[in-house]
Write a protein that binds this ligand. Structure first.
Ligand code: NAD
Ligand code: MN
Length: 358
């Protein structure tokens, strides 16, 4: 029997609520499957850890995580600590420390969920956004000087490297090729950003020559927002920079019905370091501790994790279970118009897993 070791980092706010529900679901899947087992080790890193130790995770945190098959992450962010600290010292430290350069975000409207777009419903679009996850606008390069003086300056420098751009385009083209429509839209802003973005375009054109069977087109990022809203069916796989895809994927999450559904995978495709799986949403201060957070984003992320581990049957079984619950409509979390608590949604999904005949 294959056995996987998962590091769980619930983090802050509703992170703990949705990850604990997700871990229950993972155990139910392993029990149903019978051919693999999971051990889940929780790590209490995040804001409370920071207030006690002055850092979001221990300095040897990456060394500890390195031995796990995957990382299951909740959210980082706390009203008592500036957001750039919580983000950089935990989530980005892991993403960048493990070279998780491909951030993959599937989006579709699940059965029983209302799409905010007129005339668009379940099955009408099925996107995967590929976000460059290691450099670009979030490279962390820049600085502040002359603080407090009139000449104060703050700079964030976007860094695009040939190696970084080439590997993300290749990854996206490969992914597009593996999907039925074999269609990739490349997002850019090379009209205004005439250095890094022009290189981004040029490298895309070169790499895509190796994928003659993939149909490609190109959109400026501002125009892309209107296409996502007005013509969602025309899109399939999408590749964009770190910042552009960050923004587009929150729009995508909203178009799928709620931020609470949306999953993401921070992939290290070479598998020499663990990859990390997490819901897109943050700590949701307004609802934390109430037990009403939608856990579907963390469940979908668990499905991406199982796919990455090679457990495709369990990954599919989980998606089917989620869709059975949302499709039936009687147990829906509040952000999807229902009354159900996090626990009730988890129980319904676990029940659907147990009774699945896939
Ligand atoms: P947020 O995602 O926490 O919340 C935005 C809105 O969506 C809120 O009204 C919230 O209640 C709702 N929402 C989010 N997830 C939900 C769920 N599962 N079920 C029901 N409703 C849900 O975004 P924000 O308010 O911009 O950020 C709050 C904190 O989280 C900040 O500190 C931010 O830095 C952090 N954050 C962290 C991550 C991450 O760790 N990956 C991502 C985004 C934001
Ligand atoms: Mn974001």
């Amino acid at each position: 029997m294959t056995s996987y070791s998962i590091a769980a980092i619930p983090g802050d706010g509703i992170g703990g609520e949705v990850i604990s529900a997700g871990v229950d679901v993972l155990h139910a899947l392993a029990a149903k499957d019978g051919s693999f087992s999971l051990t889940v080790e929780p790590f209490a890193w995040g804001a409370d850890y920071y207030l006690e130790h002055g850092e979001m995770m221990p300095s040897d945190g990456l060394e500890i995580l390195k031995g796990y098959d995957a990382i299951y992450f909740g959210s980082a962010g706390d009203p008592r600590i500036p957001d750039h600290i919580t983000l950089w010292q935990l989530r980005l430290k892991i993403c960048q420390g493990f070279g998780q350069y491909a951030n993959v975000r599937p989006t579709r409207v699940l059965p029983g969920v209302d799409c905010p777009l007129k005339g668009v419903g379940p099955g009408d679009f099925d996107w995967v956004i590929v976000r460059e996850n290691s450099e670009g606008e979030y490279a962390g390069v820049g600085g502040r000087a002359h603080q407090g003086f009139d000449q104060e300056v703050g700079m964030d420098v976007s860094v695009f490297t040939r190696a970084g751009v080439e590997r993300i385009h290749r990854f996206a083209l490969d992914l597009a090729r593996s999907r039925p429509r074999k269609l990739l839209t490349m997002v850019t802003k090379s009209n205004a950003q005439r250095h890094g973005m022009v290189m981004w375009d040029e490298i895309f054109d070169r790499v895509k020559a190796d994928f003659p069977d993939v149909k490609t087109d190109r959109m400026l990022v501002d125009a892309m927002t209107t296409r996502m809203v007005l013509d969602p069916k025309s899109l399939d796989t999408i590749v964009a920079t770190n910042l552009h895809a960050d923004i587009l994927s929150d729009l995508a999450a909203a178009l799928s019905g709620s931020l609470g559904i949306a999953p993401t995978a921070n992939l290290r495709p070479e598998k020499d370091f663990p990859s990390m799986f997490e819901p897109i949403h943050g700590s949701a201060f307004d609802i934390m501790g109430k037990g009403i957070a939608n856990p579907i984003g963390s469940f979908w992320s668990a499905s991406l994790m199982l796919d990455h581990l090679g457990e495709h049957t369990a990954a599919r079984r989980l998606m089917t279970a989620i869709e059975r619950v949302t499709g039936a409509g009687s147990i829906m979390p509040r952000d999807l118009g229902g009354e159900a608590t996090t626990k009730e949604v988890a129980e319904a999904v676990i029940n659907a897993i147990r009774t699945s005949n896939e």
